[in-house]
Design a binder for this molecule. Structure first.
Ligand code: HEM
Length: 427
C-alpha cells in the first residue's frame, strides 16, 4: 500500500516536472537576450486570457503594449512561440516600409494544401508569389476599371432599394433571411446585417465586373469577399453608431452635406464624388462606391423608411446614411477607423535575418514573427489625446499634420498594405 503510494507520488512528480519543462522550454528566450518582455505562464505564454476568451487579441495587445511602455519594442510569448511586439512608430516604419524586404510575408499559418482557396489568396501568399500576384492584381484597380464597376455597383443599390420598397409597400410580403422586422409602418433594421449583405453584393458585382479568368485569380476574388465585406460593413456600422451617439457632430455633418448637395443641384455623379476636397485622404474606393450607392438609396425613397432611432434623441437612418455618404465625411470615416479599426493587429514574418535598430539590438531570424498593435497605437493618448473621444477634427486639414507617421494604420503599412486602399489612391 505504502509502496504504491510512493510510486504514484513519484510518477505524479515526474509528470509535473516534464510537463513544466515542456510548457516553459522556450520561455527564457527573451531573458537570455536581455529583451524587455512580459512574464509568461507555462504553456500559455501571454495568451491565457485570449485562449480562455476573456479578452480579444487586440485587447490583449493593448495590455501588452501598455505594460511595455518606455520600450521601443518588447517580447511576448504566443504560447511557446516568442514574438516581438513593436511599440515605436519609427521601428514600425523600418520593418514595414524601409526594410520591407526582410519582412515580405505575413504571419498567416494556413497552408495551401489544407485550405487551397484562402491559402492561395493575396493575403496569405509568400515571397515572390506574393509579389507576382500583387503586381498582377494592381492594374485591376485603375480608374477606368472603377468606372465600369461603378455602373454595376449602382445597380446593387437599386436592387436593395427595390427590395426595401417592397418591404414597406407590400405588407403581406414575408421578409426571409434578412434581420428586418416590421413594426407598423416602421422597418426595424439590423444595421450590421444590412451592411454585410450590401457590401457582399457590391464586392461580388465588382469582382465579376472585372471578369477574372484564371484559377489562381478566383482565389483572389474569394479573398476580396473575406477581406472586404466584414471590414467594410463593420466600418459602416460603426460609423452609423458613432454618428448616432454624437448628434452634435451629426448635425454639423448634415449642414456640410446640404451645402455639398446644393452645389451639385442635389445630384452627385461619379466624377463629383471623386473630385471632392477630402478625397486624397484615407478611405478606400470600395467605400466610396458603397457610399455612392447608399446615396442613391436615400435619394430614391429612404425618406419613407424611418429606422429604429427615429424616436430617440439620436437620428433617423435617413440622416445617418446621408451623413455617411458625403465625402467631407472622410474625416468622420477616418476617425471611425481610428476608434474601431476592423483589423486591430498587423503581422509580419521575418524572411531575412534582421537586427532591430533599437536598444537592445535583437536579431530576428527567418520564420520569426512581429506584431504591430494597431488598435493600441490608435488608443494611445501620446498620439491621440483623449483617445476614446470621437473627434473627427483630429483629421481636419489643420490638424492632420500633427499626426505622427505610423501611429494611424487602419489599412496597414508599406508595400503589403491593404490593396483596397491602393484601389482608392489610383482613382
Ligand atoms: C474598411 C475596409 C478595410 C479595411 C479597414 C482593411 C484593412 C486591411 C488591413 C489592415 C490589411 C493588412 C495590411 C498590412 O498588413 O499592412 C489589409 C489587407 C488586405 N486587404 Fe483590406 N481592408 C478593407 C477593405 C478591403 C477591401 C474592400 C478589399 C477588396 C478589394 C480588401 C482587400 C485586401 C487584401 C487583398 C489584402 C492583402 C494585401 C496583401 O497582402 O498584399 N480590403 N486590409
Amino acid at each position: 500500500m505504502l509502496e504504491s503510494l510512493w510510486v504514484w507520488t513519484l510518477a505524479t512528480g515526474l509528470i509535473s516536472i516534464i510537463g513544466y519543462l515542456l510548457g516553459t522550454w522556450t520561455h527564457d528566450h527573451f531573458s537570455k537576450k536581455n529583451v524587455p518582455h512580459l512574464k509568461p505562464v507555462p504553456f500559455f505564454g501571454n495568451m491565457g486570457s485570449v485562449a480562455f476568451r476573456i479578452v480579444s487579441l487586440p485587447e490583449s495587445l493593448v495590455d501588452w503594449y501598455n505594460r511595455l511602455k518606455g520600450h521601443k519594442y518588447g517580447g511576448v510569448y504566443e504560447f511557446l512561440n516568442p514574438i516581438i511586439l513593436l511599440r515605436d512608430p519609427e521601428l514600425i516604419k523600418m520593418v514595414t516600409v524601409k526594410d520591407f524586404e526582410h519582412f515580405v510575408d505575413r504571419g498567416v499559418r494556413i497552408s495551401e494544401e489544407v485550405e487551397p482557396l484562402f491559402g492561395k489568396g493575396l493575403f496569405s501568399l509568400k515571397g515572390q508569389r506574393w509579389k507576382d500576384m500583387r503586381s498582377t492584381l494592381s492594374p485591376a484597380f485603375t480608374s477606368s476599371k472603377m468606372k465600369n464597376m461603378f455602373v454595376l455597383i449602382t445597380e446593387c443599390g437599386k436592387q436593395l432599394t427595390d427590395f426595401l420598397e417592397k418591404c414597406i409597400n407590400d405588407k403581406n410580403m414575408t421578409i426571409e433571411g434578412c434581420k428586418i422586422e416590421r413594426e407598423g409602418n416602421i422597418l426595424a433594421v439590423e444595421m450590421k446585417d444590412l451592411f454585410t449583405r450590401y457590401t457582399n453584393d457590391v464586392i461580388a458585382t465588382s469582382a465579376f465586373g472585372i471578369k477574372w479568368e484564371d484559377d489562381d485569380i478566383t482565389a483572389q476574388v474569394a479573398l476580396f469577399f473575406l477581406a472586404g465585406f466584414d471590414t467594410a460593413s463593420s466600418l459602416l456600422s460603426f460609423a452609423s453608431q458613432l454618428l448616432a451617439m454624437h448628434p452634435d457632430i451629426q448635425s454639423r455633418l448634415q449642414d456640410e452635406i446640404d451645402q455639398t448637395l446644393k452645389v451639385d443641384g442635389g445630384n452627385l455623379t461619379y466624377e463629383a464624388v471623386h473630385g471632392m476636397k477630402y478625397l486624397d485622404m484615407v478611405v478606400s474606393a470600395p467605400h466610396i462606391n458603397i457610399l455612392f450607392t447608399i446615396y442613391l438609396l436615400i435619394n430614391n425613397f429612404l425618406d419613407y423608411v424611418i429606422f429604429p432611432f427615429h424616436k430617440s434623441p439620436l437620428v433617423s437612418l435617413y440622416n445617418l446614411l446621408k451623413a455617411i455618404f458625403v465625402l467631407s465625411l472622410v474625416i468622420y470615416v477616418t476617425e471611425t477607423l481610428r476608434i474601431y479599426p476592423p483589423i486591430g493587429i498587423l503581422e509580419r514574418r521575418c524572411v531575412q535575418t534582421y537586427t532591430l535598430p533599437a536598444e537592445p539590438h535583437y536579431t530576428l531570424n527567418p520564420g520569426d514573427f512581429v506584431y504591430i498593435p494597431v488598435y493600441a497605437l490608435h488608443h494611445d493618448p501620446d498620439y491621440f489625446p483623449d483617445p476614446e473621444k470621437f473627434d473627427p477634427e483630429r483629421f481636419s486639414d489643420e490638424n492632420k499634420g500633427s499626426i505622427k507617421a505610423c501611429t494611424y494604420l487602419p489599412f496597414g503599412s508599406g508595400p503589403r498594405n491593404c490593396i483596397g486602399k491602393k484601389y482608392l489612391l489610383s482613382v
